[in-house]
Ligand binder design. Sequence first.
Ligand code: FMN
Length: 206
Amino acid sequence: MKQIVSLFVLLFVASFHMATFAQADSKTNRNMKTDKKVLVTFFSHTGENYAVGNITKGNTHIVAEMIAEATGGNLFEIVPEQTYPKTYNACVDVAKKEKEAGARPAVKGDVKTEDYDVIFVGYPNWWGDMPMAVYTFLEKHNWQGKTVIPFCTHEGSGLSGTERNISATCKGATVGKGLALKGSIAQNSRNEAQKSVSAWLEKLEY
Ligand SMILES: Cc1cc2nc3c(=O)[nH]c(=O)nc-3n(C[C@H](O)[C@H](O)[C@H](O)COP(=O)(O)O)c2cc1C
């Protein structure tokens, strides 16, 4: 009898852990709900920013960590070789010029997206688009057969047309329903941001 009770306790504890904490199998690195390999890539800017003051961790970075934590995915930050100005107005000017020129600023390092099944792509809304460095990163890879899921932080413009732009850039990928979250909420109201992220992932079944 004692052994049966112990077995039940063990099974209960194991299932609780699986449901609550172990979203990724640590050996295969696969999401335990979907059995898919998940990568969470993001671009995020620190320094002075709209509605949040001077920040040391970018708004999109915060959301990316929430997604990685919930899905068991690996994180990869898209870092431009040339850093953007830390003052807001100067950054806005550089970003505007890059967008108008269709620039493709060089980015540091890389990750083999081809090794993953599902790739979340996160970015701040810059001038109704993704920062040009995100295009540099996306255009380096082969997206055939992959699932790409956008998420963006913004201060009013939402995703703008970026889901469409990602579809056009990541040829052959299925592009999932994106998340748009206000950057000031990600930065200053973490519980609220976490709720939005969890509800969105739930709908996507991750
Ligand atoms: C260069 C630049 C351009 C921006 N353009 C927009 C915009 O067009 N629409 C909008 O809603 N927010 C815009 N924002 C605000 C950012 O999208 C928002 O603050 C975002 O959360 C920043 O994320 P990050 O901290 O991860 O870089 C802009 C911010 C910057 C720095």
